[in-house]
Design a protein around this ligand. Structure first.
Ligand SMILES: CC(C)=CCC/C(C)=C/CC/C(C)=C/COP(=O)(O)OP(=O)(O)O
Ligand SMILES: [Zn+2]
Length: 415
């Protein structure tokens, strides 16, 4: 410290901080160790490993999306029996159908051929002999998340074999009402099931698509959703002020968009929270504070950002950076094509959500109608013109997690 700086330090100490003792200058040969250290935890150690793997891939020029490789894996899934280890997903069969079919459709509108549609309809109706509501596997209890996945999967079948007309919408409505709770939320299953914001989103998504939404069904829902926004700006799973998380925030924001009520929560804080999910180093998104980047949040958080963009006109994540994380770090060259992060295997869940996240990074979002008439079916995604080589994916409706034209056609069928 030079004489001038010492005098300044003394001035600040005595005059501004009111300290009586003189500032002492110590000259040392030893380097001064920084006492402000990052707390080291299992997650910080893992994050440094992930950052190193990403750095190498991000230093490479932008990769192109390998359509052929990804589609080969998806088609194989339709043509083959699942391997024995997939038994762990026995209650998620409707989800598997949706993830695989939706990924195919996001790649190209014509990839689900008639034979695949036949197989899908047959399989989905095995999970609901009465044609709705749906369980996650044959002989299991109906579940709200399986019903959401099955309805989305049927939407992708383009009324093959009149499957849309076969749906028992009255029975689905009655069942949704039976899941409703006095706090405005929905349970996932009768007689026992989880009660969190996923139930609300699945109920509203299904009811709005099938045009069975009533005041009775949505009574108290807005208040429930508003109470789930936490001090961080994102949304927790329940009314218990649990930690804000990308998955639950998506469910809340999409539900608010279905109700045209996004403006009734603290959108500014929500935007701050979304922005904070993106890391400078990896360029991808995480699901909550101090956790690792994961490709699936390209949809859960990316679509939240897209809905905010459509509502406010403001982008709260860096889409170009996210695009680079997806293209350079989330493409696997072995097994199923898209993955969570380098070092992980690809899977159908990540393939679906990473792909939709990529489509979001290459689009801008707005509502077709004037501000106070925001219908979820009028949220449009427009290909952005800035991408050098766009990945040529379908335009996505971020509220439903389906291609926009599929949402429009399916909903119109029931109006
Ligand atoms: C429609 C519907 C049912 C949507 C569900 C949305 C939802 C809750 C998604 C979250 C998925 C996810 C990666 C959880 C991991 O939590 P973690 O604690 O293992 O991961 P983290 O470390 O990234 O937080
Ligand atoms: Zn993930």
């Amino acid at each position: 410290m030079g004489a001038k700086n010492l005098a300044r330090a003394n001035y600040i100490s005595s005059e501004l901080l009111g300290r009586k003792r003189e500032t002492v200058e110590i000259v040392t040969e030893e380097p001064i160790e920084n006492i402000m250290k990052e707390v080291e935890t299992d997650t910080t150690i893992d994050r440094h490993e992930v950052m190193d793997m990403c750095e190498e891939l991000l230093n490479e020029p932008l990769h192109a999306l390998d359509h052929d490789y990804a589609l080969k894996g998806l088609k194989f899934a339709f043509d083959s029996n699942m391997p024995p280890q997939m038994v762990a997903l026995d209650a998620s069969q409707a989800w598997m159908v949706y993830w695989i079919a939706n990924s195919m459709q996001v790649f190209n509108e014509t990839t689900i051929d008639e034979e695949n549609k036949r197989k899908m309809v047959e399989k989905l109706f095995l999970m609901s002999e009465d044609k709705g509501p749906f369980s996650g596997g044959e002989g299991q209890l109906p579940h709200i998340a399986s019903t959401y996945a099955a309805v989305n999967a049927l939407a992708l079948c383009d009324n093959f074999d009149n499957c849309w007309d076969q749906l028992d919408r009255k029975a689905i409505y009655k069942w949704l009402l039976s899941l409703k709770q006095t706090d405005g939320g929905f349970t996932t299953c009768n007689p026992v099931g989880e009660r969190d914001i996923r139930g609300v989103y699945c109920a509203l998504s299904v009811a709005s698509l099938l045009n069975i939404m009533t005041d009775e069904l949505i009574e108290g829902v807005l208040e429930y959703l508003q109470k789930c926004q936490t001090f961080e700006g994102g949304f927790g799973a329940t009314l218990l002020q649990d930690e804000a998380h990308g998955g639950y925030t998506f469910c809340a924001v999409a539900s608010l968009c279905i109700l045209n009520k996004l403006h009734t929560i603290n959108v500014e804080k929500l935007m701050e929270w979304c922005s904070a999910r993106q890391y400078n180093e990896e360029m991808g998104l995480c699901g909550r504070g101090n956790k690792l980047v994961d490709g699936c949040y390209s949809f859960w958080v990316g679509s939240t950002a897209a809905m905010i963009e459509a509502t406010t006109g403001v982008e709260c994540i860096n889409k170009q950076a996210l695009r680079k994380y997806i293209l350079n770090c989330c493409q696997s060259t072995t097994g199923i094509s898209l993955r969570d992060k380098p070092g992980k295997n690809g899977d159908f869940y990540h393939t679906n959500y990473v792909l939709m996240g990529l489509a979001i990074t290459e689009s801008t979002f707005k509502y077709k109608m004037e501000p106070n008439k925001k219908s979820p079916f009028d949220l449009v995604s427009i290909p952005s013109t800035t991408e050098d080589k766009p990945s040529d994916l379908s335009s996505i409706n971020p509220i439903y997690g389906l291609p926009s034209d599929v949402v429009r056609k399916f909903h119109k069928h029931f109006v």
